[in-house]
Design a protein. Structure first.
Lengths: 334, 274
């Protein structure tokens, strides 16, 4: 089981309030991603759940049990750290076996579980090596191995892929998602990378300045962002946010249109624009344009589109995909 | 051409380094040379080639009993180091891993005590030792040596512990380790090199300490520093015997330092380069 409930959880360091009060329910087996910019309190929130930080106020329940004042070891959670935090003086086998040893398991059980974990994570050939003799990806696998052998009620990941190169990050992302499908255990994953959030999560929690801005599935957040912050944070490239006359025309303070929701024409359209930088990615082309009376926009076009610096194009936003926001920054009824 | 210049520079630099090293080492070398001379040779003036006699060593051992002083030196330096580590490890630990508002100030204050001239507190310390019956006692001197070296030991360990990433300790906590198991299985093995370097340096400092060891002892607790000073006696100066005594006093620590130089250099420079 791995139901986690936060009730008005607050964290302050001295007079600095990091998390003013968060309520959140995480269901058993869910893959929940905390996402937000640097300093939004996402890692602090994870550490509060782990028990590595004391809560200033509020309660944390795991499977109906109040664990707010409990030591990390008693919460039956496993954590994978950004720096991997492997024990440098122990071999891979001993690193993975460490939590089992602490739990007082017998040697035969430890050996069996370490072998199983090593097999799942492709580490069988590296069991006698020390962490210093492994690559970044292998170290990350050892850290995951150390977490899975305990069969915890939930896994906590604190930006586990941010030290890896782009290619390896993509592979590890898939491996962690696959692991979640195999184990079906609750996972809480902290990242500042919205691509990781969108691709891995069952549920995304968008945080900003210690507050939850929105909770929902990746597609909910993509389709119906509740406010300007979520609209600007979720989606890659970012949603275009337009103020002034074009927004007023739609009865809003700000309108948002995603780069992929604009029709491009070389002859006619709602907004006339001049192409600045054109990024040809093969499958897509990202055009950074200056639209007359609107301002700078990013447009996602077909990879075959042959637009170049200085070309004039016409853009027409898809009215059904237009997001309207009021003066308070909140989404208006469509 | 550029390569030739750089080789030339390298040769000059190497030669300069050797000259400086020899200059620094020369007093010790000359002490050793003099110890193999007769008293007559020793006072005859500068001479790098001794006759090779060991009469000074035999006389020194027969007159003063080297081994008693040697054993005292071992007891005092090792004992005071163990005592200092027992106090300093928990202190450095708490300052490194859960620093408080005043941690930096406490560290600075501790270090500032090393800036005080020892002679300023000679009288009060002497009187305390006299009144508590600790004069010429190995236990008393061991405590004294522990106290004077404690600031350096705490600082060194603090610097070393600060290099251990906090996340590793947190990982151990998440893995179910109690505080005791965290210390035994994770922290201690990772801190061993630092503790070893600190221990070696402290043994050397305690071994060489001469101010308190000479003033607070007479016969029973006197270490090798007192052994050397006993040769500048009212009977006059006997250079060859004094040199033999000095050689015997520095030899053990020199040999230990030679074998552990890698650890020592690491100890002296850790924290300097991240």
């Amino acid at each position: 089981m791995g139901n986690i409930t936060l009730k008005h959880v607050t964290k302050s360091f001295g007079s600095t309030v990091i998390i003013p009060g968060i309520d959140l329910v995480i269901e058993n087996g869910e893959f929940v991603v905390f996402v937000g910019p640097s300093g939004c309190g996402k890692s602090t929130l994870l550490r509060l759940i782990a028990g590595l930080e004391d809560t200033t106020a509020g309660t944390i329940n795991i499977d109906g049990r109040d664990v707010t004042g409990e030591a990390p070891a008693k919460r039956k959670l496993a954590m994978v750290f950004q720096s991997y935090a492997l024990y440098p003086h122990m071999t891979v086998a001993k690193n993975i076996a460490f939590p089992l040893k602490m739990a007082g398991e017998d040697q035969a059980t430890i050996d069996r579980k370490v072998k199983d974990a090593a097999r799942i994570l492709n580490l069988t050939n590296y069991l006698d090596r020390r962490p210093g003799q492994l690559s970044g990806g292998q170290r990350q696998r050892v850290a995951i191995g150390r977490a899975i052998v305990r069969q915890p009620s939930a896994f906590l990941f604190d930006e586990p892929l941010s030290n890896l190169d782009a290619a390896l990050r993509g592979t590890m992302r898939l491996e962690i998602s696959e692991l979640h499908h195999q184990l079906k255990t609750t996972m809480i994953y902290v990242t500042h990378d919205q691509v990781e959030a969108m691709t891995m999560a069952d549920k995304i929690v968008v945080l900003n300045a210690g507050n939850i801005e929105q909770v929902g599935s990746p597609m909910e957040l993509y389709k119906t962002p509740k406010n300007l912050f979520v609209a600007g944070f979720i989606g890659s490239p970012k949603m275009n946010l337009i103020e002034g006359a074009p927004a007023a025309k739609h009865g809003a303070k700000t309108v948002g249109i995603r780069p992929e929701h604009m029709n491009i024409s070389t002859t006619s359209g709602e907004w006339k624009a001049t192409v600045g930088v054109a990024e040809h990615l093969g499958s897509d082309t990202f055009l950074h344009v200056q639209a007359d009376g609107v301002g700078p926009l990013t447009v996602r076009a077909d990879g075959e589109l042959a637009a170049h610096h200085g070309d004039t194009i016409y853009l027409t936003p898809d009215k059904t995909k237009l997001h309207r926001f009021g003066a308070d920054g909140k989404a208006m009824m469509q | 051409m550029a390569r030739a210049v750089s080789t030339q520079h390298k040769t000059i630099a190497t030669a300069a380094a050797w000259i400086v090293a020899l200059l620094i080492f020369f007093p010790i070398l000359y002490t050793i040379i003099t110890s193999f001379k007769s008293e007559q040779e020793a006072i005859q003036g500068f001479n790098l080639f001794p006759s090779g006699t060991t009469e000074s060593y035999i006389a020194v051992e027969a007159q003063n009993g080297y081994f008693k002083f040697f054993l005292n030196s071992v007891f005092l330096s090792v004992g005071s180091t163990i005592l200092a580590l027992l106090v300093a490890i928990p202190a450095a630990w708490s300052m490194a891993f859960s620093p408080g508002k005043w941690t930096k100030d406490i560290l600075m204050w501790m270090l500032s005590t090393k800036m005080m001239p020892a002679v300023a507190v000679l009288f009060p310390i002497y009187l305390i030792f006299r009144d508590t019956g600790l004069l010429d006692s190995r236990i008393g001197l061991m405590i004294m040596l522990m106290l004077i070296n404690l600031p350096i030991v705490v600082w060194m360990l603090y610097t070393y512990f600060r290099e251990i990433p906090g996340e590793i300790l947190e990982a151990a906590r998440m893995d179910g380790a109690s505080l005791w198991k965290e210390i035994v299985y994770v922290l201690a093995p990772m801190a061993v090199p630092g503790i070893a370097s600190t221990m070696l340096l402290n043994i050397i400092l305690a071994w060489n300490e001469a101010f308190w060891t000479i003033r607070l002892t007479t016969t029973e607790a006197a270490p090798l520093t007192a052994f050397i000073s006993s040769f500048s006696s009212p009977q006059g100066l006997f250079w060859a015997k004094l040199s033999a005594a000095s050689t015997l006093a520095i030899a053990p620590i020199l040999i230990m330092g030679w074998f552990s130089q890698k650890q020592l250099v690491r100890g002296l420079t850790f924290g300097a380069v991240k």
